[in-house]
Design a protein around this ligand. Structure first.
Ligand SMILES: Nc1ncnc2c1ncn2[C@@H]1O[C@H](COP(=O)(O)OP(=O)(O)OP(=O)(O)O)[C@@H](O)[C@H]1O
Length: 276
């Protein structure tokens, strides 16, 4: 998508974060008095603007802005119940769209269902129940390509190359894998269609401490191979250390946005959200 396409398709935003957006590198003060970091990039592969969304009549997100550029690694952190998972689900078509825009690679995807979103090149790994326990590892991976007439063998091999333990366990039932292996299987399934953007909801949740680092290394490798990543993580410091940019969400809307490094160094962010 060219810049001019993006300009044409992106509607004017009225969110406080954008209205007060500073020049690149500066800090801004929103109408609430809270610093909101740098301006939203205008060259997003994914551009969420002024999004209101929730579940049925329940609105959870309010005027949310999120951007992920091609190949970028973006993390969302924030307190419990802030709406981080809901933000991811909204990109993937799992919530009720109430207002605002979601564009991906120049396409308006707001209000689409997952079966449609997946066609545009977005993969999603939910936090819970992310493998089919009674299907084998290989069957789980094949399910990742269910929208295609045939399972792409080159993709299957690429996933096995990335996660060799899955090749070793290809006949084993998904439900019998360890937590770390199950997380790899869930990621592998989402990678079967070679998405441009991978959405990861709490990939380190429930993993033993030594496996958490390994999981983050694997995500780094996926990103370094060219896949953009949008990740929600409770392990906020480690996630911000590794990502390009980060968002802090509070009460369903943007509170801070900046490079991971700048957020880690920001005294307010540290005190309020990173345990000092
Ligand atoms: N399926 C659902 N139906 C109704 N409300 C929901 C649903 N899922 C989440 N919510 C509500 O939306 C709000 C935000 O939840 P969400 O899971 O997005 O927050 P979060 O920031 O990811 O929290 P956590 O860090 O605890 O996972 C919460 O009040 C939650 O109760």
């Amino acid at each position: 998508m060219s810049d001019s396409d993006a300009d044409r398709e992106a509607p004017p935003s009225t969110s406080p974060a954008e209205a007060d957006a500073p020049e690149e590198g500066e800090h801004a003060t929103a109408t609430t008095g809270a610093p909101v970091g740098t301006a939203e990039p205008d060259d997003g592969l994914l551009a969420v603007r002024d999004l209101d969304a929730g579940y049925g009549d329940l609105q959870v997100l309010s005027a949310l802005d999120l951007t992920v550029r091609a190949g970028e690694y973006v993390t969302i952190v924030g307190p419990n119940g802030a709406g981080k998972s809901t933000a991811m689900k909204s990109v993937f078509g799992l919530t009720t769209h109430m207002g605002g825009t979601v564009s991906f690679d120049g396409h308006d995807i707001a209000g689409l269902v997952p079966e449609e979103v997946i066609h545009y090149g977005i993969g999603y790994v939910p936090q819970n129940e992310n493998v089919f326990p009674t299907l084998s590892v290989q069957e789980n991976l094949e399910m990742g390509a269910y929208i295609l007439d045939e399972v792409p063998q080159d993709r299957l091999e690429a996933v096995y190359d990335r996660f060799p333990i899955l090749r070793e366990r290809k006949s084993q039932k998904g439900g019998t894998l360890s937590g770390g292996q199950r997380q790899m299987l869930a990621m592998g399934r989402a990678l079967m269609l070679d998405p441009q953007l991978l959405l990861l909801d709490e990939p380190s949740a429930g993993l033993a401490p030594d496996l958490v680092e390994e999981m983050f290394d694997r995500i780094d490798a996926i990103n370094e191979a060219g896949t953009a990543v949008l990740m929600v993580e409770q392990n906020a410091k480690e996630a911000l250390r590794r990502c390009d940019r980060g968002y802090v969400l509070v009460s369903g809307t943007n509170r801070f946005m900046d490079s991971g490094e700048a957020l880690l160094a920001d005294e307010d962010v540290r005190q309020e959200f990173l345990g000092g």
